[in-house]
Write a protein that binds this ligand. Structure first.
Ligand code: NDP
Length: 336
């Protein structure tokens, strides 16, 4: 069993000392347990938070512990009711080849799911994040303008496509012309603005002639600076993530703008609400799954995935994900 454990807590960006590859015997399941063989490992921005012991909504991974992660796995052997050898499951198997599970929090996907790895993206946690954050907090109405950050990633791409289904004008924000073309030409957003371009703020302003009614926040930082003056009265901001800040070791220099922000929220009577998807909206999963499976089958929601072969690639692929080097949902395929 190959596995990555947390070797040291990163200061700033993780590097090759952060995680350590170990080989240990395959664990033996006890009574009421099953042995899972992990087939796909999801890479997600929240993992950066788990490497740190700063206060958060979830406890950190301890030094020497296996790095946490969502997986699509296959049951090798089982004494757990409802799970049999060969079943595909959605689990939290971590960064390793094999994991033990009691079945708690594990979803059975049957013997022959069509796209098993999609359960880590559009049909799983990131999809639920997009759907629930947008419908429960953003509450977009037809004809309104929706702006979405990190628009080519699994959350942002899904948010914008749902916005189009609901009749909004949808403008994405992404890094680079290749991702922006994908967002408009493949995903069907009305426009997409490159935040790495020098004229970003002016281009964003021109793309939202009626202002912004819903801003789905995934990144924070300079992107939010450009969005803030364009928000309309009564705007709604699902505060989903701040990935531009995850490697930061301190607050940025500069004048304290807390009161500027609070003044805008007050005068524009805006709603900004943070959420943690499984805690706040996990109970909506069945409703989400039914709706999203239908949209995907009907071709109304498109999904781009980047499959990287080999567990040993996971640390570099994760560091690249936070830098914006990924294009679509990054998953690691575990070898035989
Ligand atoms: P993505 O695949 O979209 O990956 C992150 C993307 O963030 C990068 O590709 C990059 O976009 C963008 N990014 C990174 N640094 C910057 C920067 N400095 N400025 C602007 N953009 C930057 O991730 P996900 O779709 O999985 O997640 C999106 C967000 O949702 C994350 O913040 C994540 O933490 C959050 N999330 C929150 C959940 C919750 O429960 N609240 C649950 C799931 C996700 P580009 O490639 O365009 O440069």
């Amino acid at each position: 069993n190959r596995r990555f454990v947390l070797a040291e807590r990163p200061q700033g960006e993780p590097d090759d000392r952060t995680l350590r590859l170990e080989t240990v015997p395959v664990p033996q399941p006890g009574a009421g347990q099953m042995l899972l063989r992990n087939r796909y490992l999801s890479l997600d921005p929240y993992m950066r938070g788990r490497m740190s012991d700063a206060p958060s909504y979830a406890p950190p991974v301890e030094i020497g512990e296996v790095m946490v992660g969502g997986t699509v796995s296959q049951v090798e052997s089982s004494t757990v009711d409802g799970f049999a050898k060969g079943d595909w499951v959605q689990a939290f198997g971590g960064w390793q080849d094999y994991a033990l599970s009691s079945g708690s929090g594990v979803t059975n996907m049957g013997k022959d799911p069509q796209h098993p790895s999609w359960a880590l993206g559009v049909l799983g946690m990131p999809g639920l994040t997009a759907w629930a954050g947008l419908t429960q907090i953003g509450k977009p109405k037809a004809g309104e303008t929706l702006v979405v950050a990190a628009a080519s990633g699994p959350v942002g791409a899904t948010v914008g496509q749902i916005g189009k289904i609901l009749g909004c004008r949808v403008v994405g924000i992404a890094g680079g012309s290749q991702k922006c073309s994908h967002v408009t030409d493949v995903l069907g957003f009305d426009d997409c603005i490159d935040y790495k371009d020098a004229g970003f703020a002016a281009a964003l302003k021109a793309a939202v002639p009626d202002g912004i009614d819903v801003y789905f926040e995934n990144v924070g930082g300079a992107v939010f600076d450009a969005v803030l003056p364009l928000l309309n009265p009564q705007a709604r901001i699902p505060l989903c993530g701040l990935v531009s800040q995850y490697n930061a070791t301190s607050l940025p220099d500069g004048p304290d703008r807390m009161n500027y922000l609070m003044g805008i929220i007050l005068r524009k009577r805006m709603t900004m609400r943070g959420f943690i998807v499984l805690d706040d909206f996990g109970h909506l999963y069945p409703e989400f799954a039914e709706q999203m499976n239908a949209w995907v089958e009907q071709g109304k929601i498109r999904y781009r995935e980047e499959v990287i072969d080999g567990l040993e690639q996971a640390p570099a692929a994760f560091i690249g994900l936070l830098r914006g080097e990924g294009f679509g949902k990054r998953v690691i395929k575990l070898g035989d």
